[in-house]
Design a protein around this ligand. Sequence first.
Ligand code: SF4
Length: 397
Amino acid sequence: MPLLGKRASLLVPGVGCVNGCNFCSTSHFFSKRYTAFLSTGKELFETAREIADRRGTDSFFVMDENFLKDRQRALDLISEMEKHRRFFRFHIFSSAEAILAFGLDNMLRLGVTLVWIGFESQSRQSAFAKNIGVDSKALVEGLRARGISVLGSGILCMEHHTPDNMQADIDFLVDLETDFVQFMLLTPMPVTGLYRKLQRRNLLREDLSYQEWHGQKKLAFRHPAFTDEEAEAWLNRAFRQDYEHNSSSMLRLIDTSFRGYEHLQGLKKRDACLEKRKQQFATQTRTYALILRSIARNAVNDRERSLALDLDQRIRRCFPRRLSEHLAATAAVLLTDLWKLRLKLRGDQIQPKTIVTRYKAERNFLARQGAIREGNSDQTIKSDSIRPAAAAVTISE
Ligand code: SF4
């Protein structure tokens, strides 16, 4: 169904991560160093304010591998927001140890609405420094209790995994009860330490084209314990287990948002920042809750159905519905029914419109290669800027 309101803007404060997990391509690509584009809280604030004013939305998706690793910069960003009384909201990536060092209450003040955390695996053999000594379950509970949604990611078919021990890691991820979960096959992307190690051992799947190196179907290295078909079956089972055990992610997201509101409402004292955060949770919860009836009608099982109906009642007791919200909730039910019909008739494949971006450099390259023939060069390039996204451009060369 169509989303209400404007989409979040994108903020790119820097690239790279110093943690250097052996499978991590961004960390290795930037030589396990962090390069800041916006190195102070003030710079971050000014950039966010400029984008927010231009786009008319205060919400940001932060493309930074480990945003809270620079603790002081994030704390300074809170100070700037408080100073200017402008309270942005952020979706971020951060590792568990950086989150704990920053503090969960600080994340609430910062306006983090979603954090992506790599829990990877609970097995001792694969312990990453970022997760050692972390009580993952308590961390997720603490975040969700403050209204911060969590996307927890885990890796399947790691080197130590066998059919006998992998289920324990899946159970660990499912038991965390994060809002969203990502299971991904271990994939040795070029430039990583893992790639070099498996290359030395002659275990890389050179026969597999790079398009297939996405970790959601086939293994990009020869695993002693799993075939491609087995790896894919494990992935599907893991996602299904999480879905049936924890219900749909949208239900969890609404639940977390309401928890955040209740947490702040329950505080004896709220300064301007926390008051604003409370209002934001209230608005967000009211909006998200419009689809709870649709979730109940399309629940994966009875448990999800009763959770959705119960949450709907609790939210409506707290925020009595306006007429416009009643209408929107009914529209949501109709739209989901329409979508189900579409799935029945046309399947679940969604193909986005093709976007073709042409650059002068490409034309020059092709010209050097002798690939552009006289007479058709005009249809290749008008400028070196990106063309309108909606247009599908046919390549005739
Ligand atoms: S903490 Fe995350 S971003 Fe940093 S190296 Fe590890 S996987 Fe990569």
